[in-house]
Design a protein around this ligand. Sequence first.
Ligand code: ZN
Ligand code: MN
Length: 484
Amino acid sequence: MPNYEAVMGLEVHAQLKTNTKMFCGCPTSFGEPPNTQVCPVCLGLPGSLPVVNAQAFEFALKAALALHCEIVGFTKFDRKNYYYPDLPKNYQISQFDLPFCKNGYLDINVDGAVKRIGITRIHMEEDAGKLVHSDHGGGSGVDLNRAGTPLLEIVSEPDLRTPAEARAYMEAVAHILEFLGICDCNMQEGSLRCDANVSVRPIGQTTLNTRREIKNMNSFRYVEQAIEIEIGEQIGLYESGGTVRQETRLFNGDTGVIRTMRTKEDAQDYRYFPEPDLPPIVITEAMINEIKNKLDELPEARKQRYINELKLSDYDAKVLTDFKPMGDFFEAVLKEGVAPKFASNWITADLQGILKEHKQTIDTCGLEPKAVAELIQLVEKDKKINRAAAKETVFPKMLETKKSALEIATVENLLIVADTGATEKIVEDVIEKFPKLVADFVGGKDAVLNAIFGKCMGEFKGKGDPAVIRPMLEKKLLALREKK
Ligand code: ZN
Ligand code: MN
């Protein structure tokens, strides 16, 4: 019995986060009453003319650069002709033989190994409307609010071999688009969807077997799950002496069943032809350079810089670059003069934990990087607030009141006792107050030191500097032991 391998390519459809649609000025807002975000252009009324959305075009070029694609100098739109009730024009404006970019790649990480997935092409197109199957007395309604929303279709090479790789690729695409700020990647609302072309073949065979396409998966889990099932079914067909015929299929996430939607049409069935209402676009070197200048540093480059130049751990660098606002916040804190290691520790560990507790994220918590930098410096550099007090009291109060760290620490009486005389007095009081513990230490039980130190810190009520108190206490206790 031969062993099989799966061969997969994904087509990802991403809605671009523009304010208006691809070829008209209608808003792209989600969740509005049906057919309220429409005009003659997106309704496909005769005599209306489309105009390309400049912002959508800029977003598309950003994606092309981030995915290492070659941007072509000359691109045009085409009509893809088909009939469906959610498509009032009976054609979709898309790009056929001259997409605006091609030959890119994206590196994915599966189980610690990096694999490069080729990107065949990316093209721009418009979304269709939506059929609504409820509340129509058994019939269906058509909502055209989504018709004309700008889409990017990102087509990968058949480089994916496992369901886990497909999922990792999809996640990596989402990560980049989100980072670029060009797609909100809200899969429940359908702003990121994916079709998978799947075939299987005996290991060692170099030609491709017939593929089947699974349409419109709208969660990372579904992509992985559906592909897993599809691979199993195709192997089953070959094993039982059958063949796989080309078809388009639909996955039902609730039942885990994939059913045939239609036998697959080929490109020629769509009768593509150049869109006569839109002039072709010439993309100049100057336009590309302008976008390049606007492009933020990409997550992977940023991560490597944090590791190599700022000497952060792989883990910290990953946490700081997985979520762009976090990295941006980190950079802003560095600008205030905080050492990278301190900034990273505070942002990835302490602040993250507290923000999570308060169900907030760093970009929406309302705290300025400057204010957080001040707190970090007070703890780490000036040693005016101890770490525990900063975490337990000062930072949560900053979140609540938006007052400065110094102000809160002053009001809460948490500034470290800097006066050595006063510190010494408190330490000596503690030694007097706990004779039993002290006697144990003097008698040779080193471990008791921690307990006495704890009593000291309690006595300081969050205002003690452990770096000063511990050595002072130890010195005094050892002196007592010597004397004995
Ligand atoms: Zn419109
Ligand atoms: Mn498409």
